[in-house]
Design a protein around this ligand. Structure first.
Ligand code: SF4
Length: 356
């Protein structure tokens, strides 16, 4: 077990509070209360790029800018963009002809791209480049006549987009147990790909079972589970070993946030909960808790974590130690459609997606 008691406390700066903390009582516990703050946490490069893309589109083209599905899976981000003039729709046929539409970070199938073009929409594709990489793999393996065993969650937008690249070649595998019931046309010509935001451990277990059944199973050319998902899981594994309680900031439909709760429980946290906002933390969760682990999913702005830390501070958990397991400095340039229209601007965010 990692002993983090000697790790230095960090300064957090002044959080941007939207409400007064103090709702939770500072009750005595048998030990010195503290927070272990996982790092990396929060925004990944793909989310950052997608959110900035909508903001830049609103600034440059003016409201409304339509967005197919939630641009990223976070209710706060969606609310904020809606307030700025973004209009979220489920499908392209809800968008007036000639309007701008942004495709979300989770990606879209070619059928959606074609439907938008048929409707005369001006599309900005904010699909994360790491999702696009999986799309390309699907196209290539389908062209070579492989059956693609796509590990992922049924109904998730990313899975629908990837499967839509090669619908006749993709079979969805939703869990390790589902491997037992798989029927494939040619067991010698199968490859696995995966959603980018899965549990690394569970996915490896699914692959192990797949290989047991299909020894000639081919691997993808590189990891499909993205760096951000992996880094956040590694960090929370370390924190969870020492945590009585883990709080994951993230929305219910955020796959990587939900996975962080599961991973925390698997790696030793006595309890773990997901919250969208600090006010959802319940007093009963803190009963007897000495160490609280905190992290956030890849679609969560840091202000929401700041509010959780402030709320916990009011309950006596003011000592915060950061537990860092990796550095992240990846950033992606904005979608090419936007870069073309913003060419010549002096805005430092125009060509790269990093938020200030
Ligand atoms: S979680 Fe990974 S795949 Fe998804 S947007 Fe972020 S970097 Fe891209």
């Amino acid at each position: 077990m990692t002993d983090l008691r000697d790790a230095p406390a960090i300064g957090l700066g002044m959080p941007r509070l939207r409400r007064i903390a103090g709702r939770l009582a500072d009750l005595p516990v048998a030990g010195e209360k503290r927070v272990l703050l996982a790092a990396p946490r929060g925004y990944c490069a793909g989310v950052d790029r997608a959110v900035v893309a909508v903001e830049k589109a609103l600034e440059h083209y003016g409201a409304p800018v339509y967005v197919r599905k939630q641009i990223v899976h976070n209710v706060h981000v969606v609310d904020q963009l809606e307030a700025q003039g973004a209009v979220f729709v489920e499908e392209v046929d809800e968008v007036p002809s000639g309007a701008h539409i942004v495709f979300s970070a989770h990606g879209v199938s070619p059928a959606v791209v074609d439907a938008a073009a048929d409707r005369g929409l001006l599309a900005i594709d904010a699909t994360c480049p790491l999702v696009t990489k999986v799309h390309r793999e699907a196209v290539r393996f389908a062209r070579d006549d492989y059956e693609i065993l796509l590990i992922g969650h049924e109904g998730h937008e990313e899975v629908e987009g990837t499967a839509g690249e090669a619908p006749d070649h993709v079979t969805l595998v939703t869990s390790p147990e589902a491997v037992d019931d798989l029927v494939v046309a040619d067991p010698d010509k199968v490859v696995w790909l995966s959603q980018t935001t899965l549990s690394v451990d569970e996915t490896m277990e699914t692959v192990r079972r797949l290989r047991e059944r299909f020894p000639k199973l081919q691997d993808p050319p590189s990891d499909d589970i993205c760096y951000a998902t992996q880094n956040r899981q590694v960090a929370i594994k370390k924190v969870a070993q020492d945590a009585d309680l883990v709080i994951v900031v993230g929305s219910a439909n955020s796959s990587n946030s939900v996975r962080l709760v599961e991973v925390a429980l698997e790696y030793g946290a006595k309890a773990a909960y997901r919250v969208d906002y600090a006010h959802e933390i319940q007093q009963a969760w803190l009963d007897g808790v000495v160490t609280v682990g905190v992290t956030s999913g890849a679609s969560v702005p840091e202000v929401l974590v700041d509010e959780v830390l402030e709320e916990l501070s009011g309950a006596g958990y003011g000592a915060v130690q950061e537990v860092k397991t990796a550095e992240e400095d990846l950033m992606f340039s904005l979608p090419k459609e936007l870069r073309k229209d913003l060419a010549g601007t002096t805005d430092p965010r125009a060509l790269g997606g990093r938020r200030p």
